[in-house]
Design a protein around this ligand. Structure first.
Ligand code: NAD
Length: 324
């Protein structure tokens, strides 16, 4: 099987050496997009990271029968168009349960104990404590939205910190409540009663902007953390919620428009057509705020997780396991 490996990094070539029997892999550092799709000509399958945009046009141009996503999320692939073209799409469902959960807690602690501000103060030569008082997580309530692989690990860590945990998941597994020590509640109750809210569900057409003005009105002085997908949150409404104090701080690994993660903000004039300029500006307003910490969609990025992704992708290419 001939495989075009897009979004390739140097370490992947080294790591995969000697592991690719039955597969003839060619690596491309580019993402797979309308502009680069011709590079996939003559291959049987492609594998991509979230930077690739596998839209209808790309799928119509591909003569392959498998797209193997090297990610858990697959909202960068038009699944309907893939089905119409008889192309199977696979993901890596289980690489990052603990990895993303650890990053989530990194963000929570950075906000609750003002760690970034403290480091910045020392960098500026100041060792006083002014403005650095945080709060204990012990005894506080964490609201987890989505109790899959990552959400469950977040719950376990939170319990270790002595937090009470509630969760919302329309497809939740009730047996987890006793096993992990939390309670399922409605989304409204979760938002109304949690000191910290953390998102761990996939982005779908149904839950886009699941946190908007109405939901923020239920919150009061709440920390919000999003390591799932940016568009779960209405950015404009979040800025307003930060202004009026219903949200006291936000830790965001994902933003509603991540174009400038790929493109330098200085060259905004040359942004790709699919980038939404209004959203980019709103995201930029968030990044400028002292009460918001942004990391560049990096929660997955541990050595161990990347190895798990590469190994599972090889299995997916060989057997189409983990179809979505
Ligand atoms: P998972 O499939 O194991 O769990 C998702 C959970 O969300 C499931 O229990 C599902 O029932 C629940 N869910 C579905 N719709 C929901 C809704 N509307 N409200 C509440 N819950 C809902 O996935 P996971 O491995 O835990 O990953 C969760 C998400 O995290 C992924 O979909 C992906 O978008 C994101 N992610 C981000 C990074 C990163 O680097 N920032 C890395 C991996 C995954």
């Amino acid at each position: 099987m001939k495989v075009a490996w897009f979004d390739a990094e140097e370490w992947e070539k080294e790591y995969l050496e000697g592991k690719t029997s039955n597969l003839e892999i060619e690596f491309f550092s580019d993402s797979l997009t309308e502009e680069t799709v011709e590079k996939a000509e003559g291959f049987d399958a492609v594998t991509v990271f979230v930077d690739s945009h596998i839209n209808e046009k790309v799928l119509d141009s591909l003569e392959i029968d498998l797209v193997a996503c090297r990610s858990t999320g697959y909202d960068h692939v038009d699944l309907e168009a893939a089905e119409e073209n008889n192309i199977t799409v696979c993901n890596v469902p289980q690489y990052g349960g603990s990895t993303v959960a650890e990053h989530t807690f990194g963000l929570i602690l950075s906000l609750s104990r003002k760690i970034y501000e403290a480091i910045r103060k020392v960098d500026n030569g100041s060792f006083d404590h002014e403005g650095l008082r945080g709060f204990d997580l012990h005894g506080k309530k964490l609201g987890v939205i989505g109790t899959g692989a990552i959400g469950q690990n977040v719950i376990k860590i939170a319990r270790g910190f002595g937090m009470d945990v509630v969760a919302y998941d329309p497809y939740g597994d009730e047996s987890l409540e006793e096993e992990l020590g939390f309670m399922y509640v409605s989304l409204e109750d979760l938002l109304d009663h949690s000191d910290v809210v953390s998102l761990h569900c996939p982005l779908t057409d149904e839950n886009r902007h699941m946190l908007s003005s109405e939901e923020f009105e239920l919150m009061e002085d709440t920390l919000l953390v999003n390591t799932a997908r940016g568009a779960l949150i209405d950015t404009e409404a979040l800025i307003q919620a930060l202004e009026d104090g219903s949200v006291s701080g936000a830790g965001l690994d994902v933003l509603e428009e991540e174009c400038y993660v790929e493109e330098d903000i200085e060259v905004m004039g040359q942004l790709k057509d699919e980038c939404d300029l209004e959203l980019i500006l709103e995201d930029h307003m968030l990044m400028e705020r002292d009460d918001v910490l942004v990391t560049p969609h990096n929660a997955f990025n541990s050595r161990e997780a990347m190895h798990r992704i590469a190994d599972t992708t090889l299995e997916n290419l060989r057997s189409k396991e983990n179809r979505v």
